[in-house]
Design a protein. Sequence first.
Length: 276
Amino acid sequence: MSRQGLLRPVERPLKGKIPLYKTEEEREGLRQASRFNAQLMDFLRPHVKEGVTTDEIDRLAYQYTVDHGHTPACLNYCGYPKTVCTSVNEIVCHGIPNNRRLKAGDIVNVDLTTKVENWFGDQSETFLIEPVSVEARELVQATFDALWIGINAIRPNGRVNDIGRAIARHAKKHGLSVVQEYQGHGIGRAFHQEPGVPHYPCAAGRVHIKSGTCFTIEPMLNQGTWRTKIDQADGWTVRTADGKLSAQFEHTVLMTDDRLEVLTITDDGPQQGHQF
């Protein structure tokens, strides 16, 4: 979720080698962090509703995390001031929680990252504050489907570009654009690490996904242009350049020898194939 971790891959690639988590102990650490992160998302789910402020959502996330003995990974990360990111309507990502109350017709992405025993889990969902417009619902549905299309495109020792190519093809079919300045990222003992995971095919996506690679897939789809702008007032909030709606979904995944594990599946949230 950081400015460092999600920059345009062709301009500012992440640095370092791709960590490979091979032992069962390492993989269980990844699973535990991701399971708690999913649990936190389910805890917040009933609170993401009309009339609630995004600050209230943030406070709930902070208290739940520390009450369970874990660390809110976003808080103070590169100076970010809150526990979660809440990105409403035309905000693409990194929206800072505030006293704005959610209202009917809004769509809001809630992005969570938790540190559990020195391991990180990361995910996000876009929520509909009903009733929403047909166009907003279609955008959210297409973005949710894009996440799973990207996940299902991955094969052992495949390339990162397999993800981006599948997502870009899907977005084009629905008349939507894929944000290019921000990308998924490796995750594990560090919040952001290699590989960078662009959601469109490009030179940075030629990397092979080897067994033991843990990373996020988090496509951001826009109704209009893929281009974005950052609010100068806070240096974090990323908006669509044309003011049109944006949506995002994210999971943390782990490649094993023979399959991909999706680590941040929730009990109560939308599963693959869900219709909004």
